[in-house]
Design a protein around this ligand. Structure first.
Ligand code: GYE
Length: 326
């Protein structure tokens, strides 16, 4: 990935801003009637980690608190299943669909199908390829973290606190997903500004614990001088710790470990000295997601992106903040 991704993002968000600005005038895209209660869909990607469960729980709790009917689906890690999940929500006549597109491209046709029958889609957490779908037209908006910023914050922490650890193994998230693409871009471009550091290997672990462990094992064998592991999520971080220990090394001493997500288990591992730092990815979507749907129904101008605030944890604040982690 090159610098052109940032340029592309900037250009497309300018195009999206223009589209959103003109939406009221030309009434592009579906609308939502003002009602007391709604039947909405939430198409989740999979449920194999605490982050995704926290996100799902936040959505379910909010639907219940408001007395809205929630049609929940779990794509079990398959973009193809997620496409059919969305199509089945369309067939069930939901008022609006919250969608976390597993990867950036395969869900585009499903988004367009919803648009064609007048069902608004709000993207939750994961984004789509910005050259193929437009906020304020094909979908209402994207709600989630700034993943480029997450990668950049981790890289900047490393640059400031490296203790001589400079040879990095990167464990990427699910190939083709927006958090993996953007966490890589934010981290790699920041590291590229510091010639003392080197990313010696970068490979996907699919955001999964056991795949992460296997990939870390292979990459540690191939790069015995690596002394930093940066994983795109907590699950792969936990897998990497097993791989480091299986290689007879000490996590947090021989290898510095950096993570993203910020679940309670990782905050405890920071306190224990195994993980050095972690950028939170905030999974508490419910209130913002449902508020945005209501504002959209009322005809408010919805920004093209709504960014969740993320915490950042290291040894200076982990003990103090652990009870606030999900
Ligand atoms: O980091 C990871 C999950 O899309 C931001 O997906 C989310 C990521 C999260 O599998 O744990």
């Amino acid at each position: 990935m090159t610098i052109s991704r940032r340029k592309l993002l900037l250009a497309s968000s300018a195009a999206s801003a223009a589209a959103a600005f003109s939406r009221a005038a030309i009434a592009a895209g579906p609308t939502l009637a003002v009602k007391d209660t709604y039947k909405v869909g939430f198409a989740q990607t999979e449920s194999n980690n605490p982050w995704l469960l926290a996100q799902t729980n936040s959505m379910k709790a909010e639907a219940e608190a408001r007395g809205w009917q929630l049609v929940y689906t779990d794509a079990a890690g398959s973009a193809a299943k997620q496409v059919s999940d969305v199509n089945s929500m369309i067939a069930q006549g939901v008022d609006l669909i919250f969608l976390a597109p597993r990867e950036e491209i395969p869900l585009i046709p499903a988004i367009k199908s919803a648009k064609n029958v007048g069902i608004p889609v709000i993207l939750l957490d994961r984004n789509v390829d910005q050259s193929l779908a437009i906020a304020g037209d094909d979908y209402v908006t994207f709600i989630g973290s700034d993943f480029i910023e997450e990668g950049r914050r981790v890289a900047e922490w490393l640059v400031a606190n490296n203790n001589g650890k400079t040879k990095i193994i990167e464990q990427e998230g699910t190939a083709g997903s927006s958090p993996a693409n953007d966490r890589k871009f934010g981290f790699d471009t920041t590291i590229a500004e510091h010639p003392d550091f080197e990313i010696v290997a970068s490979q996907t672990g699919d955001f999964a614990r056991d795949t992460g462990r296997q990939v870390a094992e292979t990459l540690l064998q191939a790069n015995p001088d690596a002394n930093v592991i940066y994983a795109h999520n907590d699950e792969m971080t936990i897998g990497a710790i097993s791989a480091i220990e299986a290689a007879g090394k000490v996590a947090g001493k021989d290898v510095m470990i950096l993570s993203i997500d910020g679940g309670r288990e990782i905050i405890q591992l920071i306190i224990d000295g195994k993980v050095a730092a972690c950028c939170e990815c905030n999974p508490r979507f419910g209130p913002t997601a449902f508020d945005t749907a209501v504002a959209f129904a009322q005809g408010a101008d919805i920004p093209v992106k709504i960014i969740n605030p993320d915490n950042f944890y290291d040894i200076s604040n982990a003990a103090e903040l652990i009870d606030t982690a999900y």
